[in-house]
Design a protein around this ligand. Structure first.
Ligand code: HEC
Ligand code: HEC
Length: 205
């Protein structure tokens, strides 16, 4: 039954998924890099944030990053730090920034330690439990194999676990609602223990 519901949700994503990603030139990426200097304090110069409250943006799909910036600006997604940032961006800025981050290499998840952070070492038992849960819920039907992401479905491989936990809980409680219902219905089936296990699994990818 759950499989049928998810399959229906997946099909409803397809029209958006068919919008192809436009080829990006090195000049455009350079335009995005300049605009991203403003974001570096939180997200890192190349989208690899050192502070784990801030998501890694490196290698994220262009379409997902663009849509999130648009959602912050229109208040479909709310955050006390990102809402004022996005308010200052025009559509072309969002496209340039998203293209810049999509072209960066991810350097792996980190975990908070004192004032800064250290590379995160996933717990093998939690990784195994998270992988099992992911297979059961068919997460990769949307997120693709190894959670590489596609179009408006984000890459979550190698994301900071603290950020993943915060987002899955936000979908579950309804604090984050910009997902057209897909992630909220998935997150409602997850226990807090599942969420921690999934965060370890995703960080291991
Ligand atoms: C003051 C710190 C701060 C600054 C500056 C900042 N961000 Fe963010 N950003 C955050 C936080 C915190 C989040 C996660 C918020 C949430 O939970 O919704 C976030 C989330 C995002 C997301 C969503 C990522 C995802 O995986 O869903 C995008 C895209 C993003 N920021 C892009 C940018 C861009 C582009 C800039 C510069 C124009 C920028 N940010 C500047 C703190 C910041
Ligand atoms: C039916 C398709 C679908 C399934 C199944 C699905 N997701 Fe998602 N997921 C999405 C979409 C679409 C988004 C982006 C929502 C938005 O725009 O806010 C998302 C967002 C997320 C995010 C937030 C990423 C970020 O950067 O903020 C996480 C984490 C996530 N999914 C994990 C999972 C996990 C773990 C599973 C399985 C337990 C799963 N997803 C199953 C479609 C899906």
């Amino acid at each position: 039954m759950r499989v049928a519901v998810l399959a229906a949700l997946f099909v409803s994503l397809l029209p958006g998924a068919l919008v192809s990603q436009v080829d990006v030139s090195p000049e455009q990426i350079e335009v995005g890099r300049k605009k991203a200097e403003y974001c570096a304090g939180c997200h890192g110069a190349d989208g690899n944030s050192e502070l784990t409250d801030y998501p890694i943006l490196a290698a994220q799909t262009t379409r997902y990053s663009y849509l999130q910036l648009k959602d912050y600006k229109s208040a479909r997604r709310k955050d006390e730090m990102m809402t004022p940032v996005a308010a200052q961006l025009e559509k072309q800025d969002m496209i340039d920034l998203a293209a810049y981050y999509a072209a960066q290499r991810p350097k792996g998840p980190r975990i908070q330690a004192g004032e800064g952070s250290v590379p995160f070492k996933p717990d093998p038992a939690r990784v195994a439990a998270g992988r099992k849960k992911s297979a059961e819920v068919l997460c990769t039907m949307c997120h693709l194999g190894e959670f590489a992401g596609q179009n408006e479905v984000p890459r979550v491989a190698g994301q900071h676990p603290e950020y993943v936990i915060k987002q899955l809980k936000a979908f579950k409680t309804g604090a984050r609602t910009n997902d057209a219902g897909t992630m909220s219905s998935v997150a409602k089936t997850l226990s807090d223990e599942d969420i921690v296990n999934l965060a370890h699994y995703l960080a291991s990818l």
